[in-house]
Design a protein around this ligand. Structure first.
Ligand SMILES: [Mn+2]
Length: 444
């Protein structure tokens, strides 16, 4: 499948130029100065183009001949003692099917033979490696990043299948946690249940550090300690996902630890859920994420007006950015090989005519094949709301008494993974989110 990704990249460069793409893959990472090895995770662009999940590799793509050179490390017997094997060149060729296979120390001789007019590199560090070869190669760092972003943001059917599998397992893991949770448990016990389901289904790599937050901890956006005991009456917010062949799932669900929403919890939850549902229904090609963000914010503010947590005219509340007090993050992000995937900040008009690149421009509008998360939320963050209560310009829109009473509430976030299709969307996430569905699932 990775050969399709290389073809896609080749198609973006003019083939009458004598240029090459050069990328170094990930190295083994150690904990500080010890021999503790972190689990290996290939650099996403290198993985995208090669499917080679090994440390210390590199690639050269010859843009003129459209040929793929893979460079692999030369391992000694000592490596086999610790890692069980040393692959032969024949094994590498069979596994990754490059047009040409070389050892790492042959990069210079291959480049010397190709004599490229320009070497497209991924970043300054790798460009420096080429410059340090001291053969006067011209190096370019922006065009390759732009091209790979363009490739990766529009998923192929194979890539979508990996995300569907990551989602299928994520569905199971979420339901297992929702069924298991009881007041008195510790947050990490739910993480253990979540990870068990992922791993026993063959997904071994988490996509990001999961958040398992009870009560007030849910108002800390990147709470990853997961150490606290869960109280009766707490809401529990969980935001976690694993990868399938490098492709992430990233959901969030918020549910009552004891299985039953209180009236206040249900009110705030419903405000977020209404925004989440309406925004997802609006997804189709041509829609802009920033418009969806404002749409979600407005619906949530209408919900908070109905609950008498904020007061005033909805247009004025939007104009004065009161929504940012309760919704201090973005509506969503691109999802793929990275949880916050490439393509979120498209290049402007000034990047249209990069040298040697055919594609016209990146677009902010959603297009078929893009995958985004939709994750509105309402949080009661004391560090944000306490100053707002003291600021008359903001406080006039707040029911300060009610807001003060909710400073220990925590937060609600609901996040699904959405594929943009030709005529709308495909929702990859299938975990209960309506209040009645959640309560029915948790009752067992
Ligand atoms: Mn997310």
């Amino acid at each position: 499948m990775h050969h399709l990704h290389r073809e896609k990249l080749f198609s973006l460069f003019d083939d009458d130029q004598n240029g090459v793409v050069f990328i170094q893959g990930a190295e083994t990472m150690y904990r500080y100065k010890t021999d503790y090895e972190f689990p290996f995770r290939q650099e996403s662009n290198f993985w995208y183009l090669t499917g080679a999940n090994e440390a210390d590799c590199a690639l050269v793509l010859d843009l003129k001949k459209e040929e793929y050179h893979l460079f692999v490390p030369k391992r000694d017997a000592q490596y086999a003692v610790w890692h069980g094997y040393v692959k032969t060149k024949k094994q590498y060729l069979e596994e990754y099917k490059p047009d040409h296979l070389h050892y790492q120390n042959e990069i210079l001789s291959v480049l010397n033979a190709l004599k490229p007019e320009v070497v497209y590199c991924l970043n300054d560090e790798q460009a420096e490696f080429i410059e340090d070869l001291d053969r006067g190669f011209t190096v370019e760092t922006e065009a390759l990043e732009d091209a790979l972003t363009y490739c990766r943001v529009l998923k192929t059917e194979w890539e979508l299948d990996q995300m569907r599998e990551a989602s299928r397992v994520n569905d199971l893991a979420y339901e297992a946690v929702m069924k298991a949770i009881k007041p008195g448990m510790y947050e990490y016990e739910l993480k253990a249940i979540f990870n068990k389901v992922q791993i026993e289904n063959g997904l071994l790599q988490d996509a990001y550090n999961g958040i398992f937050a009870s009560g007030v901890n849910a108002s800390i956006l990147h709470y990853v300690e997961n150490t606290d005991q869960i109280n009766d009456g707490d809401l529990f917010l969980m935001d976690a996902g694993f990868e399938c062949n490098g492709y992430a799932a990233d959901y969030t669900r918020t549910f009552p630890a004891n299985g039953k929403f209180t009236e206040t919890q249900a009110g705030i939850y419903q405000a977020v859920l209404d925004a989440h549902n309406v925004v997802i229904e609006a997804i189709k090609p041509g829609v802009k994420m920033e418009d969806l963000h404002l749409m979600a914010s407005r619906i949530m503010m209408e919900g908070l007006i109905k609950l008498d947590i904020i007061r005033g005219n909805i247009d004025e509340i939007m104009e004065n950015n009161i929504f940012a007090l309760f919704f201090p993050h973005g509506l969503g992000h691109f999802l793929g090989l990275d949880t916050h995937d490439v393509g979120g900040y498209p290049k402007g008009v000034d990047r249209i005519d990069r040298p040697g690149i055919k594609f016209l421009r990146a677009r902010r509008e959603l297009l078929p094949g893009m995958v985004v998360t939709i994750e509105p939320g309402i949080y009661f963050v004391p560090a944000v709301l306490e100053p707002a209560i003291k600021d008359p310009e903001k406080a006039k829109y707040l029911n300060t008494e009610k807001v003060t009473s909710l400073l220990g509430f925590g937060g609600v976030r609901i996040e699904d993974d959405i594929v943009v299709t030709e005529d709308g969307y495909e929702n990859l996430t299938n975990v209960p989110k309506e209040i009645s569905e959640i309560e029915a699932l948790m009752k067992g």
